[in-house]
Design a protein around this ligand. Structure first.
Ligand code: RAT
Ligand code: ZN
Length: 421
């Protein structure tokens, strides 16, 4: 096998690493995209890109109209306001704005014309199924994990009815309302035929929650269960969330061999007037996570944390507990500066046993920018790391680099999901 790192720092070597990172297919392990069977729930196109909640938040840095006025406008009008504020009256240099331009550029559109009507016309002429295939190809994404909530009235009916699955899409079971809004959720479960007592839950209630989880795990064929958690999440605590986790969720995950994906650090509705764009971030006490990993060694956990200040602690935790898989640069950390920092930190502490990125895309076209942006940064980190190895005399073969990158882009994660815990 050819040794490609005989000499550290040589440009052709760096280029080879970059080529591998840019071309290895990724498994996108957390998105908010939908199987095309969900029709209009799979968002795509220029207006959807512009009204992405990351851009809504940024546009209000410049807009001075009242929030209610903005929300009363049609999607087309909101998109126009955002386009003017973020692309016309200021240079679009934030990560979310640059992302829109990268996506358009890679789709073959001329961004320098600043011609929103022409962009709209182009998207209107695309066929949804072709566009999906094209976006997946441009992103180099072989599988897209969705976020699927039985509590979401928009998607539940189709799951109940059944449909022919697109094999490129995997369904992850999302259960925030179950753990975090029990008083509102219990009556809904009761309404769906589960014998739960919201006010005074007994073992019967927890068994029924398990039945609910089992039915939805089966219906979705879900490889993991996910929940986002407030920054002040504690475990164990004297509350219903702890009881649900201990008596229903963890036993269910053990029985089905499923990882529980935890995403601590969100502060929901910091500014409710911004709606979906109004959530914030907070520092988490990761002791709750540690108690889960140490108290339940037969359960598997995945975690990504929102606060920059928690990233190092999370890596240390993963060094202690092999039942924890660290993944992604989530939401406010999905910016080049922090992707670079977090990827270096994770590689230096965890080697290749983590998943550096997921897209969190809500609009299909976003995978066309989110992946190339992240791939470039990951490539540069790997160039530095393999070069440092070469300085010791260690020679890395091309096939070894390919293996390592495959692991980072979903291989390690899918093995973790399959292992028995
Ligand atoms: O990144 C996002 O789009 C956030 O709004 C959240 O959806 C977050 O990713 C989550 O899954 O809770
Ligand atoms: Zn998400």
């Amino acid at each position: 096998m050819k040794t490609i790192l005989a000499e550290a720092g040589r440009v052709p070597v760096a280029r080879q690493i970059e080529d591998i990172v840019m071309s290895t297919p990724v498994v996108d392990i957390h998105t908010h995209l939908y199987d095309p069977a969900f029709k209009e729930l799979l968002l795509w196109g220029i207006d959807e890109l512009l009204v992405y909640h990351y851009l809504v938040a940024e546009s209000f840095r410049y807009l001075d109209l009242p929030y209610e006025r903005f929300w009363s406008l049609s999607k087309t009008q909101q998109a126009e306001l955002i386009w003017d504020a973020l692309f016309v009256h200021h240079s679009p240099i934030s990560e979310s704005c640059r992302g829109v331009l990268t996506a358009l550029h890679l789709l073959g559109l001329d961004v320098k014309k600043r011609d929103l009507p022409a962009l709209r016309k182009w998207f209107a002429s695309q066929r949804a199924d072709n566009h999906l295939t094209r976006c997946l190809e441009l992103a180099g994404a072989q599988r897209i994990y969705m976020t699927n909530s039985p509590f979401d009235d928009a998607e539940r009916p189709l799951w109940e009815k059944g449909f022919r699955r697109d094999e490129r899409f995997v369904a992850a079971l999302r259960i925030d309302p179950l753990l975090l809004s029990w008083p509102e959720t219990a009556p809904r479960l009761a309404g769906w035929g589960y014998e739960v007592d919201g006010a005074a839950p007994t073992q019967r209630t927890f068994d029924e929650v398990r039945r609910f989880l089992a039915e939805w795990t089966l219906r979705l064929d879900a490889p993991y269960i996910m929940v986002s958690l407030p920054a002040d999440f504690e475990f164990p605590a004297k509350n219903i969330t702890t009881q649900l986790i201990e008596k229903a969720l963890l036993p269910h995950c053990r029985e089905h061999g499923l990882p529980l994906a935890l995403m601590p650090g969100v502060r929901r509705a910091v500014n409710p007037q911004l709606k979906l764009a109004g959530d914030g971030s907070g520092l988490s006490n990761l002791e709750g996570l540690q108690n889960l990993q140490s108290g339940y060694p037969e359960n598997k956990f995945m975690a990504t944390v929102l606060a920059r200040e928690n990233q190092h602690e999370l890596c240390v935790l993963a060094r202690k507990f092999r039942n924890l898989h660290v993944f992604g640069c989530w939401w406010f950390t999905n910016v080049p500066y922090l992707i670079d920092e977090m990827t270096r930190l994770r590689i230096e502490l965890l080697g290749l046993s983590f998943t550096p990125q997921h897209s969190d895309a809500r609009v299909l076209d976003q995978i066309v920018y989110k992946w190339p942006h992240s791939r470039r940064i990951i490539a540069q980190v790997l160039i530095d790391k393999y070069s440092a190895l070469a300085q010791t005399g260690w020679q890395v073969k091309r096939a070894e680099i390919e293996r390592d990158v495959k692991d980072l882009f979903g291989g390690a994660f899918e093995r973790f999901c399959e292992c028995q815990g």
